[in-house]
Design a protein around this ligand. Structure first.
Ligand SMILES: [Zn+2]
Length: 477
């Protein structure tokens, strides 16, 4: 979030989204999806990872070890190869040629050459087109990811790298011409994320011999992994190496999961440009998008909510504690329907709202601070319950929880929209929406929860509902 002076007339556009008209916002038709279904599959809860009866993969990997990281990585290669061997003939009418070279390395101690570079210090996993090789750092990167998100993390990363190998095999069927320049990096990256989602669908459908993945915690882990390997805020989608924001990446994954690999193959620059959420820091953004959580800043958030929702429901704001007068609520911030008031515990919110520590995050420890937007979006989520109540909607069931995520997304859209923000003192900064995505994937997040704090049971659905409000506005909620 960024504080901006009233004199600043224009706010940055986010691709074509910013240009869309934004009229009066109301919570209209229901969000739609059944809260018990994820892309048409039932919501499930169980430990995700290798099946106890998984077969021994029969593939040659250079330099492999018995480490857990290699075990998961090699099983993923075997599994995802099987997936593409099945899908390519069926969906694209061509055979899948196995990837020629597979290499495991430890970026701390190994120093072999691959793809014209030395792997030493390469905390990475990658596909190398000239060598048709997939390589991964089993020494540092994969163990850190496993520590944070479990076995699903390396599956996500390697399925993505395999997605690049698939692209090169599909060629013009994936929009990659035989002659002339390749599509922009962001298109290739989004497509690989989308292919990752379509592969996860196959696992969830029970077709994998190696893995089982639940649609609640399992897919949360996959989406969180994508969050971790997102681009730095302010990096533009046209830049070399750009993967897209966490929002863009999870959208591509969800699309692959729901619509299948043909949809992914149809990705092109136009589509990605239209919906990318990446934008640059403004010159008037000296604090690089951090607005510390204070009495004043929370008041500004409330003002923006009053404006985006046209004063509907218009609850009061109290910052003397995060519960309701009768002791109920969802601290650190609550909506109290009897009093029509949103309460906020500023100290607790300030902790959530402190900047993300990227170093701590990448070390596998996880950052305590989730960024200012995570804190403000939690307050906004409580406010939207007043909007729902004013419209005669339920506020204590799962539909309410889903609407809350959607309306919080609509508010995010509202504070970035130029018409809405003229005269406003706050606007979105690069990385803000990603902070909300991270917050939504946490088990204790309020963004996709009802007045009692009961969450929509899957992060996938919470992110989807937020995205709907963010891309389409409150009428979509
Ligand atoms: Zn990639």
């Amino acid at each position: 979030m960024t504080y901006r002076g009233k004199a600043l007339a224009a706010c940055l556009l986010i691709g074509a989204l910013g240009a869309a008209a934004c009229g009066s916002t109301t919570a209209g038709t229901p969000v739609g999806p059944d809260v018990n279904k994820v892309g048409g599959m039932p919501v499930t809860h169980f430990e995700s990872g290798l099946k106890p009866d998984a077969p021994q993969p029969d593939i040659a990997v250079e330099n492999a070890t018995d480490d857990q990281a290699d075990k998961i990585a090699i099983a993923t290669i075997a599994d995802v190869s099987e997936y593409w061997s099945e899908v390519m003939p069926k969906e694209f009418g061509m055979e899948f040629d196995q990837v020629k070279r597979l290499l495991s390395y430890d970026s701390d101690s190994d120093s072999m050459q691959l793809c014209g570079r030395n792997v030493q210090g390469e905390m990475n996993a990658f596909y190398c087109p000239p060598d048709d090789a997939v390589a991964w750092d089993r020494g540092v990167l994969l163990p850190r990811l496993i520590k944070l998100y479990g076995d699903v993390a390396p599956i996500t990363v390697l399925a993505h790298e395999y997605g690049h190998a698939v692209q090169h095999r599909l060629g013009d069927k994936a929009g990659i011409p035989a002659e002339g320049p390749e599509p922009k990096t962001i298109v290739l990256e989004s497509q690989a994320d989308c292919f990752t989602g379509s592969y996860f669908r196959w696992i969830v459908e029970g077709k994998s011999k190696y893995f089982k993945v639940s649609t609640a915690e399992g897919l949360n882990a996959a989406l969180s992994t994508m969050y971790l390997v997102r681009d730095a805020p302010g990096k533009l989608s046209g830049e070399v190496g750009a993967h897209g924001t966490a929002f863009d990446r999870t959208l591509a994954f969800r699309e692959g999961f729901t619509d299948g690999p043909k949809r992914c193959a149809s990705y092109n620059e136009q589509l990605i440009k239209e919906r990318t959420t990446q934008f640059s820091f403004s010159q008037n953004d000296p604090d690089r998008g951090d607005m510390p959580v204070t009495e004043d800043s929370v008041r500004l958030i409330k003002e923006s909510l009053d404006r985006v929702f046209d004063g509907k429901g218009k609850p009061d704001l109290q910052t003397t504690g995060g519960t309701c007068p009768d002791g109920s609520g969802t601290p650190p911030t609550s909506y109290c329907p009897k009093e029509n008031v949103v309460t906020a515990d500023l100290a607790a919110l300030a902790q959530i709202g402190s900047p993300i520590d990227r170093q701590l995050e990448m070390s596998g420890e996880g950052s305590t601070g989730k960024g200012d937007f995570a804190a403000y979006a939690s307050v906004a989520s409580r406010y939207t319950l007043a909007v729902q109540k004013a419209e005669g909607k339920s506020i204590d069931d799962m539909d309410a929880a889903l609407r809350t995520a959607c309306l919080t997304g609509a508010w995010a859209r509202g504070v970035q929209n130029p018409e809405q923000t003229s005269g406003s003192v706050i606007r979105l900064s690069p990385g803000d929406v990603d902070e909300a995505i991270l917050e939504m994937l946490q088990p204790e997040s309020l963004i996709g929860s009802n007045v009692r704090g009961d969450q929509v049971p899957s992060g996938f659905l919470r992110v989807e509902a937020f995205g709907k409000g963010y891309l389409e506005g409150a009428t979509a909620c």
